[in-house]
Design a protein around this ligand. Structure first.
Ligand code: G3P
Length: 217
């Protein structure tokens, strides 16, 4: 499973990318607003921090506007993936970008039929928003299972990028459901490393090692 960070915090990204376990980054207009920085500037910096896909979302809602903004964003760096909303206009733009060889991430996906349309439009990635479905009492992970089944039935190439992830449990469940990628807030990524028994076990190992008085070097 590819793990992406859902953030525009380049300081945090730089630290976590150093683990070698960050495969890419996703952003959205809310995260860009949070950064307080010009979008092209922060996307360019992010693209220099990771080798993998960096999703940058258009703000236009009409086809021509999306195409113009998407081409501008794609020109920032080779690893930019243009993010488009799952609307009729967004899917028309997705299909055009597929013809132009520009990678796309169709976002704000909340149903399996929506995901099927994104795949038919030639999306590189589709982003089902797991957490926001849970927030309204629906089963976000079930959507990932359903999309996986449909994509496998018809050999769609579009990659499932599980998004709106709220916990390590979500990551585990998305992986079991067969998502190709998961995009996580930095805090969730850091939580993936942790288990109380790991910390307790290491403490015991170090304590017992100290008693030997030995040094490996
Ligand atoms: O950036 C896409 C998605 O991960 C945002 O999810 O619900 O945390 O805003 P959310």
């Amino acid at each position: 499973m590819q793990l992406f960070l859902d953030t525009t915090d380049t300081a945090v990204l730089r630290t976590l990318a150093a683990t070698g376990l960050v495969d890419g980054v996703t952003t959205n207009p809310t995260l860009i607003a949070k950064s307080g920085r010009p979008m092209v500037e922060v996307i360019a910096e992010i693209c220099g921090l990771v080798e993998g896909a960096v999703s940058a979302e258009v703000a236009a809602t009409d086809v021509q506007g999306m195409l113009a903004e998407g081409r501008r964003l794609a020109a920032v760096a080779a690893n930019v993936v243009v993010k488009l909303p799952l609307t009729p206009e967004g899917l028309v733009a997705t299909r055009q970008f597929a013809l132009e060889g520009i990678q796309t991430n169709v976002t704000l996906c909340f149903s399996a039929p929506q995901a099927m349309l994104a795949a038919k439009a030639g999306a590189t990635y589709v982003s089902p928003f797991v957490g926001r479905l849970d927030d309204i009492g629906e089963d976000g992970i079930q959507l990932v299972h359903d999309i996986r089944a449909i994509y496998d039935n018809y050999a769609f190439d579009t990659q499932i990028l599980a998004a709106s992830i709220r916990s390590a449990d979500h990551v585990q469940a998305a992986a079991i459901a067969g998502a190709d990628c998961c995009t996580l807030p930095p805090a969730v990524f850091e939580a993936l490393f942790k288990h109380p028994l790991t910390e307790k076990g290491l403490e015991q190992f170090l304590s017992d090692w100290a008693k030997t008085g030995q040094s490996i070097l």
